[in-house]
Design a binder for this molecule. Structure first.
Ligand SMILES: NC(=O)c1ccc[n+]([C@@H]2O[C@H](COP(=O)([O-])OP(=O)(O)OC[C@H]3O[C@@H](n4cnc5c(N)ncnc54)[C@H](OP(=O)(O)O)[C@@H]3O)[C@@H](O)[C@H]2O)c1
Length: 329
């Protein structure tokens, strides 16, 4: 098979819904000194991609147009620029980039890549960076350990499902809020499910069996009031707004931030590789169905992650874990 001479990336020229993303073709780039050309195999979508694209998040308002999309990817090294010694063509890698991962190829500095563990499936590998790193940063910040009883909101979602499993892996007792459709999913991870909505405080108290020591609110609605009513110390509550700050920090491109993000990514990959958590990819879309994938995420009922694949994904595989569950009699 001849090596491709062309690459593509999804770009947009103005703020808007996912349909502003257009496939843009360009000659296959050549990596410069210290850089690596990676053929993307899988690349996740995150709410932050949508917030940046639709103008809700304006931290990057001075970025030039057109803009690209996507921060998480996994793929195969196709070429290394001068001075790259730690990787070689053919290495399987997981990477992060401030933006531009929704593409057939990316060129990134070698220090934004870590080796993919053989046991991590491609579709999972592409979903690890922003959700996994946000989860670890938040758990580290709260110093979650074996003496904790922690409540995590949206515990079946992208970030929540990783936070809940890693907190459990650290020995904490974990209560996760979700809809009833996700009770079985959380239970099989050893997490106590509680339905969100009116009466949440009482439902949590009923299952907690003691004080709740920490609370992570991914969903961002009533978390502060619920945590307060549960008696969670203010220093051990993290809001959806603090999650936003964590995510934006992980995407910064100054050298210290990049080095830190790579270190956290390495830990996420190691934890996934050793089975400390299992990332469920319940929506795996062909990259050209990127609009459908963002629509799916925006419905706010994803279980685990929604991921794009650059290589053929059949329609049957597009929505797997959720369909299997929801079609059961
Ligand atoms: N503040 C920020 O800047 C920021 C940044 C990123 C994400 N977010 C927000 O964080 C949330 C989670 O994102 P994610 O990527 O981790 O998850 P996700 O993959 O979008 O999953 C959404 C999850 O939210 C759950 N959910 C739906 N309605 C809920 C409610 N009223 N209360 C609690 N959970 C509910 C769903 O559970 P069921 O299907 O069981 O209902 C689903 O598992 C989203 O709402 C997103 O907008 C905020």
């Amino acid at each position: 098979m001849r090596a491709p001479t062309e690459a593509f990336a999804y770009r947009y020229t103005h703020y808007g819904d996912a349909d502003v993303l257009k496939r843009h073709h360009y000659p296959l780039p050549v990596p410069g000194p210290g850089e690596v050309l990676v053929e993307v195999i899988s690349t996740a979508i995150n709410h932050m991609d949508a917030f940046l694209r639709n103008g809700k998040e304006d931290t990057w308002r001075d970025d030039p147009w057109p803009r690209s999309s996507g921060s998480d990817f996994a793929g195969i090294v196709r070429a290394c620029g001068p001075g790259v010694t730690a990787l070689r063509a053919g290495s399987d890698v997981v990477g992060h980039t401030r933006t531009g991962a929704h593409a057939s190829h990316v060129v990134v500095p070698a220090d934004q890549l870590v080796l993919k563990h053989r046991d991590i499936e491609w579709e999972v590998a592409g979903g690890l960076f922003l959700a996994g790193a946000t989860a670890l940063e938040t758990l580290d910040d709260l110093r979650i350990g074996a003496s904790d009883t922690i409540v995590i909101s949206a515990a079946a979602g992208g970030v929540g499902s990783i936070e809940a499993q890693v907190a459990k892996y650290r020995g904490a007792r974990v209560i996760g809020t979700c809809g009833e459709r996700n009770f079985d999913y959380l239970r099989q991870l050893g997490i106590t499910p509680v339905k969100y909505g009116d009466g949440l405080v009482e439902r949590i108290q009923r299952v907690a069996g003691g004080p709740v020591t920490a609370y992570i609110d991914n969903y961002g609605k009533d978390g502060a009031d619920v945590a307060d009513a549960l008696g969670v110390p203010p220093g051990r509550y993290r809001s959806s707004a603090s999650r936003r700050e964590v995510e934006l920090r992980l995407l910064r491109d100054d050298p210290d931030s990049v080095a830190h993000a790579t270190q956290v990514l390495q830990r996420v990959v190691d934890l996934a590789g050793t089975g400390a958590f299992r990332l469920l990819v319940s929506g795996l879309y062909p990259i050209d169905d990127i609009v459908d994938a963002f629509d799916d995420l925006a419905r706010l009922h994803a279980r685990g992650k929604v991921v794009l694949a650059t290589h053929p994904v059949t329609r049957v595989r597009t929505l797997r874990a959720r369909e299997v569950f929801e079609r059961m009699p």
